[in-house]
Ligand binder design. Sequence first.
Ligand code: GLN
Length: 521
Amino acid sequence: MSNVLDTSKESTFMGHPKGLFVLFFTEMWERFSYYGMRAILMIYMITEAVGDNPGMGMLEKDALAIYGWYIMLVYVMSIPGGIIADKFIGQKKAVLVGAIILCAGHGVLAIENDTAFYSGLGLIILGVGMLKPNISTMVGGLYKPGDIRRDKGFSIFYIGINLGSLLATIFVSLVAKYYGWHAGFGLAGIAMLAGLLFYLAGQKHLTFVGNKPEKVKNDESSIGKLYGKLLKSPVQLVITGILLIISFVAGLSMDSFDKWGYVALFVFISLVTGLLMMVYKDLKSKVMQDRFVVLLLSFLIVIVFWGAFEQAGGLMSIYTENKTDRFLFGWEVPTAMFQSLNAAFITIFAVGVAGIWARRKLKGKESSSLFKMAIGTMIMGSGFIFMIFAATEFENSGSSSMIWLILAYLFHTIGELCASPVALSFITKLSPIKYGSLMMGVYFAATGLGGKVSGIVGEAASSFGEYKIFAGITIFTMVFGFLMILLLKPLKRLTHGAEDNEREIHTDETEGFELADESNV
Ligand code: GLN
């Protein structure tokens, strides 16, 4: 059987499989490199190409567009990354390959040259695509279906993510400020190397998870076969064909320098939609099919959530740089450092927020993943109210206080804690095992599409002004979250009780099991 997880010999630390902590530290260093680089990317691009520490001297509008494409592609590549793991090498090797590519990517960015800059971004896109969905699926693979510790495991993992981000945004931005941009990029590369070495050293705790899938005889589910079947399925074929035509027409009719990028993106989405329809057909039971549908619907929330949230690195970053009074006791706080607020708040509040939801669950109150995701979107959206205050203050006095940013990031973080680790855990509860990494990849691609949407919304600020953009985001996210709550009952029905009757199931009770395999439902 593929990916059989026999954890009977697995030892634990703090009540969780030790493998969790190997993945925790690997991801911590990977996120150090990712967020460290991301924190300085935007400012590096828009800094004038002259002076002691020259940037690339780009127009804000162009830099925002590149930023949007970059954030999107980083996560969209999770789909091929997930497929490669599911079908060929398993998650464990995929993470290793991703980590090696990332070391190369960050290393190349340390070179002062435009070609190196774009090649480095390309390598990071490929590396994150291989690593990110697969390491997250591996976390889910450490727990048995129905084990209540899974959500907590993901919250712990999420702290690792943000510890990396916190350290990175502080140290990479300081190194970039005092030693130059490329030294900052180089530091991100060293961090990734640390992650790779940590991962290699911890392999003994990951023996039973993320292994290469065994070839199943007559496996009907290889991607090639699914596309072969698509050609013989009239309804799905027509839908895919129509989407492809719309992709070309919509992309080409855009009046934008990057219209071919959009054509490629829309074509990719159409082909993935065709694939997902065939995956649905391939699932044998109604329960698995319904769960698959609810997962895809939940990805809509994901797009809206990250579409608003990702303003952090884009519009909010520019706002911080240009319109915020950043002096604290006479010292000018570097813009990039504000991004560490999100990570710091996560590290502080992750356990508390998880505890609040756990207590609600014990009292029998609504605490399904979908509910948490909807509430999280609303809380995050309400954070933009503080940005409305900031924009008003700037219009009145020519500068705005950093307290508004701090409050906005606080609300964004509480919202993120309700939505994001929960979504990761939810995916590993509902996905059929043979498509586990693919579904994680589609999830991250949805977060990436959200990132792209955030870039488009951010660019619109140059025409509409920040005030209107911040107000629009607030209203949209609140209304959207509210609508999701209204739809909660029918959506929950489609999960067929995947989150009911969760209890602690210690892994040492287990003789071996598969994740949400079709035989388990
Ligand atoms: N901040 C989280 C991470 O880096 C979530 C990012 C995302 O899902 N787009 O993992």
